[in-house]
Design a protein around this ligand. Structure first.
Ligand code: ADP
Length: 196
């Protein structure tokens, strides 16, 4: 099965674009959502996260995301330790999910691909980009956070130019209409490439 990675910086519009592909009948996997679900569902992950972060990692049996986010934000070692607990489980879950799909290709949305040197896990990579001021405005509105907070997150992510260089396809999402047209073109191109 052909796996297409969909990536892009915060607020570029990954989730928005993913819906386009879903509407074409393409199976989609949202790595972040599945990771969250597994962090709540898996007893093994829960035990390991409590060992790493302490009892506050869960509140009323539900993952305490704000607490974890505050802990890992400026602590790369802790972030890697958390990833080492969660990522293998998500990878196994994805593999199982993939084995059940029947389509020309599937799309996996992952916020960070190049930053973690994971590009070889994908047959093709689509990067969604948008102007920085638009992205900041969108995230401030979506998440109710400050400009500084968004910029701090952006600092941990690669620049669009670096990502574009390593991508097979790029979607510029400054307006929804142009982004939708590009998504449809990419979909049609992929179908042609995969079923000549
Ligand atoms: P990402 O998943 O890359 O962080 P989202 O798809 O969640 O980004 O988009 C961020 C916010 O911006 C969302 O609230 C979304 O509805 C909005 N948005 C995305 N694309 C556009 C667009 N082209 N025009 C206006 N708003 C947009």
């Amino acid at each position: 099965m052909v796996v297409v990675g969909l990536t892009g910086g915060i607020g570029s519009g990954k989730s928005t674009i993913l819906k386009c592909f879903k509407s074409y009948g393409i199976p989609v996997y949202i790595a972040d959502d599945e990771a969250k679900a597994l962090m709540n569902r898996s007893k093994v992950i829960r035990r390991k996260l409590i060992h790493l972060f302490g009892d506050k990692a869960y509140e009323n049996n539900v993952l305490n995301r704000p607490y974890l986010a505050s802990k890992i934000f400026n602590d790369k070692t802790l972030l890697s330790k958390m990833n080492a607990i969660v990522h293998p489980k998500v990878a196994a879950h994805f593999k199982q999910w993939l084995s059940k799909q029947d389509a020309a290709y599937v799309i996996k949305e992952v916020a960070i691909i190049f930053e973690n040197n994971l590009q070889n896990e994908y047959d093709y990579i689509i990067t969604v980009v948008a102007d920085k001021d638009l992205r900041i405005k969108r995230v401030m509105q979506r998440d109710g956070v400050s400009q500084e907070k968004v910029e701090a997150i952006m600092k941990n992510q690669w620049s669009d130019a670096d990502k574009i260089e390593k991508s097979d396809f790029v979607i510029v999402n400054n307006t929804l209409q142009e982004a939708r047209e590009q998504a449809e073109n990419i979909h049609n191109n992929l179908l042609k490439i995969l079923n000549p």
